[in-house]
Design a protein around this ligand. Structure first.
Ligand code: NAD
Length: 544
């Protein structure tokens, strides 16, 4: 057994050191000595951030860095982040493997106590994290605050499970025999996350993984490493032991791919595009690893002729243009009954034109930038497809804003297409930007058919005053989430979250359902009869 001083002057133990963990230990000792000399931190110097492996803040073995810049103003350099290698991933996996036994054997209520401390730190530093998020991701301050709040809610909710993590008992078929089912951790989990909810989504995975007794390696999106870094710093400060939470930053094709095919990683929890998710799933299938996927969406709001139109328009504006349309649950299709189609469109276009686009750090702004230049090009290409290939009517927006205050950022006007038919590409494919399509329908049945007629199945909504129609739609829409008289967004952490069809692979995050991703069931039989009792054989006699 090895004992090593961590930089926090605590100790950790590893029962079975591997070559990687020995290397980490050696690095740990060296780093500790250096820390005692120089008080080095998680940032080596201003604006240069490090990976977190085995309780140590370390640079990538590549020695390379990538710049993280503000999408509202690319002159603003947020920091330099490591471009990690497969060796960095291997080191993090080794550290997580070494930490696993001690963490899984720590009673769940004790694990949860540390997580409650994380929650307190997140509350304390919410404002700072919010500003960091707006700066690196672009969403307006109010929404960034909501993202941090979701991480706080998720942390407390998951920590509460430390005193539950319920299993169950059930009668055994034999006399003097007891049967029960208990949860056990999966082991080592790889968490791969996107940039659009850069603290909420990592926390949705991290917190349930921890309470279940797993250790993790986190891989944040290239565009938003700072928010995940802030979350991991909070875990360190809360006293989560070294090696339990590891952070490796860098490219998906290197870090994400290595995590996905690493033989010691038992589970990959992935959120991102359907295309990448399928790649991750294939890598996991090759080695029989478990894989939980949260992927793309093409969500619809249905507006019936009896709807409160003002309310429906507000829901559509919030759902289509919040986070600049870069939500998996964005309302990118508005299916509107023909009887109210004209009125709805008029109000929608008026409201969309009035939205103020700009730097989300300014509290007067409604719609911030999109994430990067690639996103600008993709979204603009869909606007072009809508106009020229699909032949829809561009009712407002459609421009990439590049002059004046917009000159150094990635800004696109809130865009509404009308006269859209369900088969058009803009009505079928995920655009992931501030673009929505209004599709006319002549009845509820037709609206439901259109809503279901895409490859995705994340979220849907209906605006109606008729309870019968609301329940009819709820029953027939094939999505993981459904809203009545509310937009397609607005998930709460204590309800399961996820989608059907190309959106997911049958798992649900959040709620207590997430525990089924991060723990495995173990069925336990206790025979206290003192003799051999054969299931399916001896009891058969009793019923002849
Ligand atoms: P993305 O698929 O490009 O990237 C997601 C993550 O995967 C990133 O960390 C990336 O570095 C990593 N990655 C890239 N290539 C990889 C590979 N070969 N192996 C392993 N990992 C790899 O997605 P994005 O652009 O960051 O996010 C936008 C997408 O995420 C949209 O499609 C959106 O709908 C989806 N999303 C879904 C949900 C949900 O809950 N269903 C939530 C948020 C976002």
């Amino acid at each position: 057994m090895l004992r090593v001083d961590s930089p926090r002057n605590e100790y950790y133990y590893t029962p079975n050191p591997t070559p990687y963990s020995l290397a980490i230990m050696a690095q740990a000792k060296k780093a500790l000595a250096k820390k005692q000399r120089t008080h080095s931190e998680s940032r080596t110097r201003a604006n240069t951030y490090l990976n977190y492996i085995g309780g140590l803040w370390v640079p990538s073995q590549s020695g390379e860095w990538s710049e993280n810049r503000n999408p509202a103003d690319t002159r603003d350099l947020i920091g330099r982040f490591p471009v990690s290698t497969t060796e960095d991933v291997d080191a993090a996996v080794a550290a997580a493997r070494d930490a696993f036994d001690a963490w899984r054997l720590t009673p769940a209520p004790r694990r949860a106590e540390l997580m409650f401390r994380v929650g307190e730190i997140l509350i304390r530093d919410k404002q700072e994290y919010t500003a960091d998020m707006t700066r690196e991701m672009g969403k307006v301050l109010k929404e960034a605050g909501g993202d941090v709040q979701e991480a706080i809610d998720c942390t407390y909710y998951a920590a509460g499970e430390g005193r539950r993590l319920h299993g169950f008992t059930t009668p055994a078929e034999m006399p003097n025999k007891f049967a029960m089912c208990v949860r056990q951790p999966m082991g080592l989990c790889g968490l791969i996350t996107p940039w659009n909810f850069p603290m909420a989504i990592p926390s949705w995975k991290l917190m349930p993984a921890l309470v279940c007794g797993n250790t993790v390696v986190m891989k944040p999106a290239e565009d938003t490493p700072l928010s995940t870094y802030n979350l991991v710093k909070a875990c360190e400060e809360a006293g989560i032991p070294p090696g339990v939470v590891n952070l490796v930053m860098g490219h998906g094709s290197v870090v994400g791919a290595r995590l996905s095919d690493h033989p010691a990683v038992r589970l990959i929890s992935f959120t991102g595009s359907t295309e990448t998710g399928q790649r991750v799933a294939s890598a996991c299938a090759e080695r029989n690893a478990i894989c939980s996927l949260e992927m793309g969406g093409k969500n619809a709001i249905m507006v019936m002729e009896d709807a409160d139109i003002d309310n429906a328009v507000e829901g559509a504006i919030w759902g289509a243009f919040g986070t600049s349309g870069q939500r998996c649950t964005a309302s990118s299709r508005l299916i509107v009954h023909k009887k109210v189609y004209k009125k709805f469109n008029q109000q929608l276009v008026e409201r969309a034109k009035a939205l103020r686009v700009g730097n989300g750090a300014n509290s007067k702004i409604d719609v911030g930038p999109v994430i990067n230049q690639d996103a600008v090009e993709k979204i603009m290409s869909y606007i072009d497809i809508g106009r020229n290939e699909d032949g829809a009517t561009l009712s407002c927006g459609g421009r990439n804003l590049t002059k004046g205050d917009f000159a150094h950022g990635y800004f696109i006007e809130p865009t509404v297409f009308t006269d859209v038919t369900p088969d058009m590409r803009i009505a079928q494919e995920e655009i992931f930007g501030p673009v929505t399509s209004v599709i006319p329908a002549k009845s509820l049945d037709e609206a439901i058919e259109i809503a279901n007629g895409v490859q995705y199945g994340l979220s849907a909504a209906i605006y109606t005053q008729d309870v019968n129609r609301a329940f009819h739609a709820m029953n027939d829409i094939y999505t993981g989430i459904f809203y009545v008289n509310a937009s397609t967004i607005g998930a709460e952490v204590h309800l399961p979250f996820g989608g059907t069809k190309a959106t997911g692979n049958g798992h649900r995050e959040a709620g207590t359902q997430v525990l089924d991703i991060f723990s495995e069931w173990k069925s336990v039989y206790v025979d206290y009869s003192g003799k051999l009792q054969r299931a399916q054989i001896d009891n058969a006699k009793a019923i002849g």
